[in-house]
Design a protein around this ligand. Structure first.
Ligand SMILES: CC(C)(COP(=O)(O)OP(=O)(O)OC[C@H]1O[C@@H](n2cnc3c(N)ncnc32)[C@H](O)[C@@H]1OP(=O)(O)O)[C@@H](O)C(=O)NCCC(=O)NCCS
Length: 182
C-alpha cells in the first residue's frame, strides 16, 4: 500500500476525488470561497466552478503559500484537504458559533469521499501531514468548525477532532469551533 500526500496546485486540482452527487468534487465546490455565489444558479456548471476554485487557489497561494493537500492511495486520489487564515474563507463569518481567530489557520475541508477508505486512519494521516507542514512554517494554531453527531460536514465530525487532540473553543448546537495549539 503506497500513500502519497502532495500539496494542492492548479496543475493537480483536477485530480481531486469525484463522486456521484452535488457538488461532485471538492474541485467544483466554492462554498467557503464565494459564499454569495454558492447555490442553485451555478449548480452543475463544472468548468466555471473549477475555474473559480483555481483562481481562489492561485490567489491564496500567492499570499499564504500552500493551502491544500491531495491524498493518493496506490496512485488513486482518495482525500482532499483545504486550509487558510479565515480571511481567505469568507464563509467562516456565516457560522453562529464564533469567528475563527485571525492568528489561526482554519481547516475548512478535510474529506475522504469514499466510504470504503474511511475509518482506516487516512483522515488522521492527512491531518497530521497538514500540521507538520504548518509547524515548519511557524504556524502554531489551527481551528475548524466540526459538526456534532453527524459526519456530513466539510471538515468532518467533532469526534474526529476530539480524537486528534482538538479542544472545543466555542460550543454550538451544531457546529462547534474546535482548536488545536501545537
Ligand atoms: C471525517 C473523516 C475525514 C475522518 O477520516 P477517517 O480516515 O475516516 O478517520 P480516521 O480513521 O483517521 O479516524 C480517527 C478517529 O476519528 C474518529 N472518527 C472518525 N470518523 C468519525 C465519525 N464519523 N464520527 C465520530 N468520530 C469519528 C474516531 O474516533 C477514529 O478513531 P478510532 O478509529 O480509534 O475510533 C472521514 O471519515 C470523512 O471524510 N467522512 C465523511 C465526512 C463527510 O461526509 N463530509 C462531507 C464533506 S462536504
Amino acid at each position: 500500500m503506497r500513500i502519497d500526500i502532495v500539496n494542492l496546485t492548479k496543475e493537480n486540482l483536477s485530480d481531486a476525488p469525484e463522486w456521484d452527487s452535488h457538488p461532485f468534487s471538492c474541485k467544483y465546490c466554492i462554498y467557503w470561497e464565494f459564499p454569495d455565489e454558492y447555490g442553485d444558479s451555478v449548480k452543475g456548471k463544472r468548468s466555471y466552478l473549477l475555474q473559480k476554485k483555481t483562481l481562489w487557489l492561485q490567489d491564496t497561494k500567492r499570499i499564504f503559500e500552500n493551502c491544500g493537500k491531495l491524498m493518493y492511495l496506490n496512485g488513486e486520489p482518495i482525500g482532499y484537504a483545504q486550509y487558510a487564515p479565515p480571511e481567505f474563507l469568507p464563509r467562516s463569518s456565516y457560522y453562529h458559533s464564533d469567528s475563527p481567530d485571525y492568528d489561526a489557520v482554519l481547516i475548512s475541508c478535510l474529506f475522504i469521499p469514499r466510504n470504503e477508505f474511511r475509518g482506516k486512519g487516512f483522515g488522521s494521516q492527512l491531518l497530521e501531514n497538514i500540521l507538520v507542514e504548518l509547524r515548519k512554517r511557524g504556524i502554531k494554531t489551527v481551528e475548524t468548525f466540526a459538526r456534532k453527531g453527524n459526519p456530513d460536514n466539510p471538515s468532518g465530525p467533532e469526534g474526529f477532532y476530539v480524537k486528534n487532540g482538538f479542544v472545543t473553543k466555542k460550543v454550538d448546537l451544531e457546529f462547534s469551533l474546535m482548536r488545536l495549539e501545537f
